[in-house]
Design a protein. Structure first.
Length: 159
């Protein structure tokens, strides 16, 4: 069972940026759930501005962060290949978690945050699955109880 954002009600994927709002998972930005966070963008600018952070397989081109395109037609998409317009956001994120120019402590903390978010999504999905099973079991129990009540009532009416 998929966990949905409590704001936009769309499914939350493992690659989405999430936050907790009143005990429920939400997208950090419902319009752009997979975009880089402000922290990720800052790290790329500070530590990775002098080298490529993404490679487009289709065009066989590598890009620095400042060379990535943006959609100017209003969709708000960024981190696009300038040739084929493929979204390279996830490649930038993976680069951040592996880049040797980032101090090890920052890289480890970024990885820990990403893993914690993914674990939280997985746990939420497991809890949702478990609650769905409990609801189905409760419905089956209710059905059997009503069936038994009807049988008892039918016997009393017949007597």
């Amino acid at each position: 069972m998929q966990v949905n954002c409590s704001r936009c009600f769309r499914p939350i994927a493992l690659t989405d940026n999430i936050e907790s709002c009143d005990g429920h998972l939400t997208h950090a930005d419902c319009k752009r759930p997979r975009h880089l966070t402000a922290e990720e963008r800052a790290l790329v600018f500070v530590y990775c501005s002098d080298h490529a952070v993404a490679h487009c397989q289709s065009c066989n081109e590598s890009f620095r962060f400042t060379e990535l395109g943006a959609d100017m037609m209003g969709s708000g998409r960024t981190n696009l290949c300038r040739g084929c317009r493929r979204d390279l956001t996830e490649q930038v994120r993976v680069h951040l978690l592996r880049c040797v120019t980032l101090p090890a402590e920052i890289r480890q903390k970024a990885l820990a945050v990403r893993e914690a978010a993914q674990q939280l999504i997985k746990w939420s999905q497991e809890l949702s699955d478990r609650s769905d099973v409990l609801i189905r079991e409760g419905e089956a129990l209710l059905f059997e109880s009503r069936k038994a009540l009807r049988a008892v009532m039918a016997r009393r009416t017949a007597s």
